[in-house]
Design a protein around this ligand. Structure first.
Ligand SMILES: Nc1ncnc2c1ncn2[C@@H]1O[C@H](C[S@+](CC[C@H]([NH3+])C(=O)[O-])CC(=O)[O-])[C@@H](O)[C@H]1O
Ligand SMILES: O=C(O)C(=O)Cc1ccccc1
Length: 251
C-alpha cells in the first residue's frame, strides 16, 4: 500500500450536541451524531465498554464454520469488529447493516483500519428488509429499541428462522420496568452515570426529550417472551448494568 492510500481514522468529536438550548426535534442518526458517536455511546450507555469485548467472546463460542454472522444496526462497526475478531473460520461471511448513510460511510473507514483477514460486507439497508440466511451469530447491539414496536416480533422471527441450530442472537437493549419505583431508581442511576461522564442536566434532559418517541424500551419479560415465541430455545441475561441489558438467545 502506498503512503497516500493508507486508511486514516475519521475525526471523532466530543458529544456536545445537546449542550446548548435547542428546538425540540426527534433524534436521528445523521452526520452530526455519527461524528460524535463513539464518545456519545461510551458516555451514555452503562456497560457499553464491557459489552463490546464480550461480543467477541460470545461470537467465538457460537460461530459455526461456513455460516454468516450479522451485525444489525452496526453504526460505526464497534460490535462488527468485535465479532470479526471472534471468527476463526475463513469461510464465514460477516455482514454489517445500518440504514444511516453517515454511519455506514464512517464505518467503512473503521473496517479498513482494522487489520484482520476476514472481509466485512457493509449494507446500507433497513434491517427490516435485509436478507438473512445461514446465520450462526447475529447481533442487535442497542438497535431493536429504535425499530417500531409493531415490527419487532417479525424481525426476531426472521432472525430465528435464519439461524442454524445451536446459533445465537446477542440482543442488547435499554430496559423499561413495570414497577414505578424500580423505573425511577434505574432512571436516576442512569442519569447519575451520565452526569459522572460530564453531561449537564440540560444535556440529559434535552437528549431525553429527543429520544422519547424514537427509542422505545420494553421490559425484560417482554423481550424474553418474544424471543422464545420467535423460535429461540433459550434467552438468558448475560449482562446488566442499571437499565441496560444484554441477552443471549440460543436457537
Ligand atoms: N431499521 C433500521 N435499519 C437499519 N439500521 C437501523 C434501523 N434502526 C436503527 N438503525 C441503526 O441502529 C443503530 C443504533 S446504535 C447501534 C450501536 C452499535 N451496534 C454499536 O455496538 O456500536 C445504538 C444507539 O445509538 O443507542 C444506528 O446506527 C441506527 O442508524
Ligand atoms: O443517551 C441516552 O440517554 C440513552 O438512553 C442511550 C442512547 C445512546 C446513543 C443514542 C441514543 C440513545
Amino acid at each position: 500500500m502506498t503512503e497516500r492510500s493508507k486508511p486514516v481514522a475519521p475525526q471523532e468529536l466530543t458529544d456536545r450536541l445537546f449542550a446548548t438550548e435547542r428546538n425540540p426535534e426527534d433524534f436521528r442518526f445523521d452526520a452530526a451524531v455519527a461524528r460524535v458517536f463513539p464518545d456519545m455511546i461510551r458516555r451514555s450507555v452503562p456497560g457499553y465498554t464491557t459489552i463490546i469485548p464480550m461480543i467477541q467472546v460470545i461470537t467465538e463460542q457460537y460461530i459455526q464454520p461456513g455460516t454468516n454472522a450479522y451485525d444489525l444496526g452496526c453504526s460505526l462497526g464497534a460490535s462488527t469488529l468485535a465479532m470479526r475478531h471472534g471468527i476463526e473460520y475463513r469461510d464465514c461471511e460477516l455482514i454489517g447493516v445500518d440504514n444511516s448513510v453517515a454511519m455506514i460511510e464512517r464505518c467503512q473507514h473503521y473496517v479498513a483500519l482494522d487489520d484482520h483477514p476476514l472481509p466485512v460486507s457493509l449494507r446500507c439497508e433497513n434491517i427490516l428488509n435485509t436478507d438473512l440466511c445461514n446465520a450462526s451469530v447475529t447481533t442487535l447491539n442497542f438497535t431493536l429499541q429504535f425499530v417500531p414496536l409493531a415490527d419487532r416480533a417479525d424481525l426476531l422471527t426472521r432472525i430465528a428462522q435464519a439461524t442454524r441450530p445451536g446459533g445465537a442472537l446477542i440482543l442488547s437493549e435499554k430496559l423499561r420496568f413495570d414497577d414505578d419505583t424500580d423505573q425511577e431508581i434505574q432512571t436516576r442511576l442512569h442519569h447519575e452515570f451520565k452526569r459522572a461522564n460530564g453531561y449537564s442536566d440540560l444535556e440529559i434532559s434535552q437528549k431525553r426529550s429527543a429520544i422519547e418517541h424514537v427509542m422505545i424500551p420494553e421490559t425484560l419479560e417482554s423481550h424474553r417472551q418474544r424471543l422464545l415465541k420467535a423460535g429461540f430455545e433459550r434467552a438468558l441475561v448475560w449482562y446488566q448494568c442499571f437499565n441496560f441489558v444484554s441477552i443471549l438467545a440460543i436457537k
